[in-house]
Design a protein around this ligand. Structure first.
Ligand SMILES: Nc1ncnc2c1ncn2[C@@H]1O[C@H](COP(=O)(O)OP(=O)(O)OP(=O)(O)O)[C@@H](O)[C@H]1O
Ligand SMILES: [Mg+2]
Length: 373
């Protein structure tokens, strides 16, 4: 069995570290405060939250996980939010009754799938969705929670709320949840900039409504230790310096570290050799070859100027709006670069971390570097 895992929520033995972060999350929520946790994509937010959720549940809290990424309308919010609440209930009849009595205009229908699993669907008796209906759904957790069994609502990719007619929905959500006594909220997101604006700008409804916490990369020392231990458990050796090289190649992003390590493991498991730089490079290149068509499509969709900017960013990602940078990479006016950059961030290719613009996918960066400029 491959000792590395990626692309799903990981638990031990694929998960390591994040003890302090987990403790802080648990403590803040237990203290009755709301929390915002932000991190770039694939840094391990969901895995960390799942771990914190287990601990909170053991302590008597009722945790419900909800992802805003799949929400595209008020109606879809109502359906998936209610479904997330229903799925966690032991007593479905009770929540069905509460829902029907409390939320007028929406009828929940319970049926059983082929495997006997309960499935819930909703029929709307009114043409449009009123704020009152939406508000009632938002208040459901407070209706269900008890002082002795508080709810923790976890809202992943929370910045995506802005897709729902912007501030209006934000306002409504905020105006309701601020009255919740027995429900605490954990907001997660990967679009750092958007999320920070929501919570730190005084003109925004969620201003100052939660403590803010960022999630960084996994610490170097522990990551090296993890890599060495997991390889050695299958009889494969890797030294410290080579482990560090692997981390570096993977852009120091938790997901890509496990992805690359998993590829390397595949290629050395039969020969049982010691991992060296060359093997890491080979596995790295193999991945790029495999993803070539996908990367080409992604690249091909960009405008000419975005392509040009991407080539520059693959070289270096600091001070990109300076005169020197523009001269060096033959870029146009700052406003043009800014516009192109917004597009690259919008489609998730580039992320801003502190003062640097970096590739979300280190393999894609290498793919760009290989292309003729
Ligand atoms: N604590 C950890 N220890 C080891 N690997 C981790 C850890 N956290 C995350 N990873 C690696 O990163 C991958 C992505 O983790 P996860 O899905 O939790 O991240 P995420 O930030 O929620 O990602 P996304 O932005 O795609 O929602 C995992 O599959 C695993 O390979
Ligand atoms: Mg996630």
């Amino acid at each position: 069995m491959n000792p590395f895992s990626y692309g799903t929520i990981v638990t031990e033995p694929y998960f390591f570290n994040r003890v302090e972060e987990k403790d802080k999350i648990v403590k803040t929520l237990k203290g009755g405060n709301n929390l915002v946790l932000y991190a770039p994509r694939r840094f391990g937010k969901t895995s960390l939250i799942v771990k914190a959720m287990k601990e909170l549940e053991n302590a008597g809290y009722f945790c419900v996980y909800f992802d805003f990424m799949t929400v595209y309308s008020k109606e879809s919010f109502i359906k998936s939010y209610s479904r997330a609440l229903f799925e966690k209930q032991g007593n479905l009849k009770k929540i069905l009754r509460l829902f029907s009595e409390y939320v007028k205009g929406i009828k929940p229908v319970l049926s059983y799938g082929e495997n006997g699993k309960p499935e819930i669907s909703f029929t709307f008796s009114e043409m449009s969705i009123s704020d009152d209906m939406l508000g009632k759904v938002i208040d459901l957790p407070e209706k269900l929670a008890l002082k002795s069994k508080p709810y923790i609502m976890i809202m992943d990719e929370f910045q995506d709320i802005q897709k729902l007619n912007g501030e209006n929905f934000e306002n409504l959500l905020r105006s309701h949840i601020q009255h919740h006594q027995n429900v605490h909220y954990l907001f997660l997101g990967s679009r750092t900039h958007l999320l920070m604006e929501m919570f730190t700008r005084s003109n925004r409804p969620f201003y100052n409504s939660a403590s803010v916490m960022g999630l960084g990369p996994l610490p170097k020392h522990e990551t090296i230790e993890f890599l060495m231990r997991r390889f050695s458990e299958s009889g494969i050796q890797i030294d410290k310096e080579t482990s560090e090289y692997l981390m570096h190649k993977a852009g120091n992003i938790p997901y890509y570290i496990q992805f690359l390590a998993s590829e390397i493991w595949q290629s050395v498991i039969d020969s049982g050799k010691k991992v060296d730089h060359e093997m890491i490079d080979e596995s790295f290149d193999k991945v790029i070859d495999l993803k070539n068509d996908y990367y080409f499509e992604m690249y091909d969709r960009l405008s000419r100027y975005q392509k040009k900017l991407l080539h520059a960013l693959a070289q270096e990602g600091r001070n990109i709006f300076s005169r020197e940078y523009a001269l060096k990479y033959h870029l146009s006016a700052t406003s043009t670069t800014q516009k192109a950059m917004n597009g690259l961030i919008e489609n998730g290719l580039i992320e801003k971390q502190e003062n640097e613009y970096i590739f979300s996918d280190p393999f894609f960066r290498q793919y760009i570097l290989r292309l003729p400029a």
